[in-house]
Design a protein around this ligand. Structure first.
Ligand SMILES: [Zn+2]
Length: 345
């Protein structure tokens, strides 16, 4: 784990911010993720030491200086986070503690059922333009490291579910999740960002569990995770029939191709089970002695296999002997079947 008791995150308390000064204490139960929704990945935009911070110069060196004085510590704000994650002055991505963990954050707002602010340690991740996957992966990793550190510190089970305000609330969740539970305001973070790269809040719980177990951080795949194509459907896997919306798939194409081959013309094998395919199935079923209901299930499939086997059975070769044929008729036969032979006697 990157952060431990001996190696905690950098501290730059936003001690002159409104939330820091006015909020009450809370008992931390879990960790709630945010991201800013603004294109600025530098911590200095939001996190600056107070003017009276004894480490001010050192912190400005590390974080960088906000020339505009519009950081969270120098303006009246209605938000307050326990941590921030973003780029330090040297460009590395790091977490900075901005309020003690038991200061109730002004983070996720509230919903119909209450607010996760009452018990969830919260941090904000500085977004960039959401186009740079390398940054997203770095920020995600840092946030997982911070979450693992907080879980270790407060004995939080990363996969835990907590009973709160009549809801079952994950110990680790994001602002969007809190909103869905009626425990936060209507924001999309962080689910408008990380899932673009296949990273979900379940990924967070899995990674945090691994980190807590002492695992090294495994490199994340750098390619966006494509949705896995479903295993190709093989004819016989499912009941095929004409429904709305139309069934499609390689199994339908296969059915159409095989009906055509058996002489039940269903037209082009386009992989869509429509009226033509249904008519073909019904004709086939009738020929096979089945109920012609147009639904191609196991019985129809087995009948198809038998019919195909019968069709492809090699032709039996046989010899015909026609006794006492007159010479002219025999010559006619030999014209038609050159392999025929005459014999006398
Ligand atoms: Zn948020």
């Amino acid at each position: 784990m990157k952060y431990t008791d001996q190696n905690p995150p950098l501290v730059c308390m936003l001690s002159t911010s409104t939330c820091y000064q006015k909020t009450r204490r809370m008992e931390p139960w879990g960790v709630l993720w945010h991201s800013t929704g603004a294109n600025n990945s530098t911590l200095k935009r939001y996190v600056q030491p107070a003017d009276n911070d004894p480490r001010r110069e050192e912190l400005l060196q590390i974080i960088g200086k906000n020339k505009y004085g519009n950081d969270q510590n120098h303006r009246t704000g209605t938000t307050g986070m326990n941590f921030w994650i973003g780029r330090l002055a040297d460009g590395t991505v790091a977490a900075v503690q901005t309020m003690p963990c038991d200061y109730r954050p002004w983070g996720c707002g509230g919903g119909n059922n209450g607010s996760c602010n009452d018990h969830w340690i919260q941090f904000e991740i500085c977004e960039d333009g959401l186009k740079d996957e390398a940054y997203a992966q770095e920020a995600f990793r840092e946030a997982c490291e911070l979450t693992a550190y907080l879980c270790a510190l407060y004995g939080i089970d990363p996969n835990g579910m907590l009973s709160f305000k009549g809801k079952q609330v994950p110990a680790i969740l994001c602002h969007k999740d809190a909103h869905t539970l009626g425990l936060g305001s209507n924001h999309a973070d962080v689910l408008h960002w990380f899932p673009k790269y296949g990273l979900t809040m379940q990924t967070v719980r899995d990674r945090v569990t691994e980190l807590l177990a002492g695992a090294e951080w495994a490199p994340e795949p750098m390619k966006p995770v494509q949705p896995q194509p479903a295993a190709p459907l093989t004819l016989g896997d499912r009941l095929l029939s004409k429904v709305t919306p139309r069934l499609t798939g390689p199994d339908v194409t296969d059915l159409q191709t095989r009906l055509n081959a058996l002489g039940y013309n269903v037209g082009t094998a386009d992989g869509v089970f429509g009226t033509g395919t249904e008519a073909g199935v019904m004709a086939f079923q009738k020929a096979a002695g089945l109920t012609a209901d147009g639904k191609f299930g196991p019985a129809s499939y087995n009948a198809m296999l038998s019919m195909e086997a019968a069709k492809t059975k090699p032709k039996t070769l046989c010899t015909v002997i026609i006794p006492d044929l007159d010479e002219a008729a025999a010559d006619l036969l030999i014209q038609k079947y050159p392999q025929a032979q005459k014999s006398y006697g």
